[in-house]
Design a protein around this ligand. Structure first.
Ligand code: ATP
Length: 270
């Protein structure tokens, strides 16, 4: 399979303790993805089938990719990532075959987790007039459904898909035996933001005046990815003034910078 369409990591080395504020989400993912890979006999004993695929949805930068990598690490599974938008934009005419190839690879490299990012690009809803984006995208989608349906649930492959736009998703994807577990990945609450600040500053030299509680309070509405950028920016401020530790003021300045840049990006006048 062509390099850019997918990323393959043997065991990504992400630990659950690198994820802040998503305890409930993790519980669900462990139950529906990790357990069936690590202890399939639990399901067999009860006589139930683990979900074939899991769909995670939520705002950008909330940790969906991170979670998929963490489960793969914990289950000692190969992590294979494929981007739905790359499939339909960069590989026009090849989508259906690439989907086939990537599922074959997931079986060859099992136990494995196949992570399909931006699945809405492939499995977007048909438009009002009944037409879809293109026949090509349709073929890619049909191949994806065929692969999901042909999946033997006992095989050591789990599919995790992610989207920022669940409202755009074709309901056919959510039928039983396909993505039959749907999990919301929310923006972090105050406690979650506190944890995420701690996680991303773990290896940084923090001054005593840093008030993580205050930072968590003032960052309502920001994602985990935003918080990571704030901590990195703060580190750069310290570097520029040749300091040796990160002070509260550095984090406040970084916060201002990140928030004003985001506003610029979302402003209709920029
Ligand atoms: P997208 O929908 O844009 O693909 P995503 O939900 O997959 O985003 P990630 O790629 O997992 O988001 O997050 C980007 C980065 O932000 C992560 O590598 C991680 O460093 C940080 N991050 C996001 N959420 C969290 C979190 N809950 N805890 C710790 N770090 C986080």
């Amino acid at each position: 399979v062509r390099a850019q369409v997918m990323e393959l990591i043997n065991s990504p080395g992400i630990d659950y303790d690198m994820i802040g504020g998503l305890d409930d989400v993790l519980k669900e993912v462990i139950e529906s993805v990790e357990l069936p890979l690590v202890e399939p006999e639990l399901f067999e004993k009860i006589g139930i089938e683990p979900p074939t695929g899991v769909l995670m949805y939520g705002a950008p930068g909330t940790g969906k990719t991170l979670i998929a990598k963490a489960v793969a690490s914990r289950a000692n599974a190969t992590f294979i990532r494929m981007s739905g938008s790359d499939l339909v934009q960069k590989f026009v005419g090849e989508g259906a075959r690439l989907v086939k190839d990537v599922f074959q690879m997931a079986r060859d490299k099992s136990p494995s987790i196949l992570f399909i990012d931006e699945i809405d690009a492939v499995g977007g809803m048909r438009t009002h007039d009944g037409t879809t984006g293109s026949a090509e995208v349709n073929r890619t989608m049909l191949q994806l459904l065929a692969e999901m349906d042909g999946f033997d649930a006992t095989r050591n492959v789990k599919v995790i898909a992610a989207t920022n736009r669940i409202d755009l998703l074709d309901p056919a994807l959510l039928r039983p035996g396909r993505f039959d577990r749907v999990i919301e990945v929310p923006l972090p609450d105050e406690k979650g933001r506190f944890e995420i600040f701690k996680i991303h500053t773990r290896k940084m030299n923090m001054a005593e005046d840093v008030d993580f509680e205050k930072l968590a309070k003032m960052t309502n509405g920001l994602s985990g990815a935003d918080i990571k950028i704030i901590t990195k920016e703060a580190g750069m401020f310290v570097l520029r003034r040749r300091g040796d530790s990160i002070k509260m003021q550095d984090l406040l300045d970084a916060y201002e910078k990140v928030v004003s840049e985001e506003e610029e990006q979302t402003s209709p006048y920029s």
